[in-house]
Design a protein around this ligand. Sequence first.
Ligand SMILES: Nc1nc2c(c(=O)[nH]1)N[C@H]1C(S)=C(S)[C@@H](COP(=O)(O)O)O[C@H]1N2
Ligand SMILES: [Mo]
Length: 498
Amino acid sequence: MLGVLALAAALAAGHLVAGFVGVNASPYLAVGNGAIDLTPVELKDFAVRTFGTYDKLVLLSGMAVVMVLVAAVAGLLSRRTPVPGLVAIAGFGLVGLVAVYARPDLGVVALLAPLASLVAGVGTFAFLHRLARRDAAPDAAAGSSRRTVLLAGAGVVAGAGVAGLGGQLLAGTRDAASSREAVGRLVPARTAPMIPADAGFAKLGTPEFLTRNANFYRVDTALTVPQVRTEDWSLRLHGMVDRELRYGYGDIRDRPLVERTITMTCVSNEVGGTYVSTANFVGVDLADLLEEAGVRPGAEQLYSSSVDGWTSGSPVAAALDRACGAMLAIGMNGEPLPIEHGFPARLVIPGLYGYVSATKWVTDLEVTTWRARQAYWLKRGWGREAPIKTESRIDTPKGFETVPSGKIRVAGVAWAQHTGIEKVELRMDDGPWREATLSHEVNLNTWRMWWLEFDVAPGGHQVVCRATDKSGYTQTEMRAGTVPDGATGWHSIAFTAR
Ligand SMILES: Nc1nc2c(c(=O)[nH]1)N[C@H]1C(S)=C(S)[C@@H](COP(=O)(O)O)O[C@H]1N2
Ligand SMILES: [Mo]
């Protein structure tokens, strides 16, 4: 119990100080963030695939369980002498210090948080241990001093609760929600064309053509969503350019804004997966900003950084290609960017997986070469060039669903951003490939829905889909995993007709 109490005191003290020096300095979160950065790529990919958006909750809970166990065992080993407990708590403190020190987005002041943890943890353990030992001494007035230990323990719990909560409240006062509300309506000078009713087949079980912000898939390494207020935000554009530029939020907002309908996809999307969503993004042309700065010959990589230290490398050519429509986006589906999708500003480069194109909370753009800089996921084994692969997915029927026999409609979605979908074919059991009806094409950078009717007899069935894009490429049947540059293979669904 003493070990766990000391741990609670340590975490709470660190969290309180982090309320002043930046929430990511909280040792618990810093260690979690450090764990994310150190996680081998296969494990990270497994976590994203298995736990989805809950991957962070799973990580934090796992850490909590491990810490409580270690603290409890250290406490048990400290019956005679406080040394094992002190060593364990100090060890935790050191791990916290290293984790905060290693964060690219935290300064030296942030070290105060893990230091507070170290002092509070060690101090609490030594103090409670002394009280408890006195209690166990042969000449102790047993009852009264046991009560003292329990009272002290309760005091620690209360103090830790207040400190932890205080840290949480302090961090909350710096959140970006009110700044986001103050942005008001973003009115694009050029709006995206209206989405026609026949762009989707939601009634047949495919997704809505435009994904609501709340349903838009989310993938990032941030344990706590970065809180950046517009008044604190700026974007530095530098490197191999004729003149370095810096934009404030107003500089971007006051330019003529464009709106584009774009389907984003994550490289961690498995065949049949859901890390694909579509939105109307509002912002400015990345090519405009790059041309203002003047890109020098020999530039290859647009290396972008987020406030939280995450980085991404995109081909400069893709960012400059006006036909591609790369953006610095500040709005999404008629609202300022949601905080978890990168408020105040993010990159969106159609046709490339998110990790090489879609930096959220972006504050720095460096025009450089591939040799000079290596972005976050590149260092961890993912590919440098990562165009989105042509894919298709069956949404109805669901896997292992039972449907009435007779006429059934199979429906789904396909995407080949930048190239466009030419056709989607389906094969039921060992029948011939048949072409599905495609939805209205909104633009080449968005997904397309499809459906096809089959007559199915009672019994088990298997339906497979494959898309062909406008370059003439048909999805390969060869199954490949997501690492290093995106999964391949045909999506198939097994179902039963009754
Ligand atoms: N700052 C930051 N930006 C990021 C990431 C990240 O981890 N940190 N993840 C990228 C990845 S892998 C993807 S797929 C997209 C997802 O964007 P979304 O969460 O808005 O859907 O954001 C990209 N931008
Ligand atoms: Mo991603």
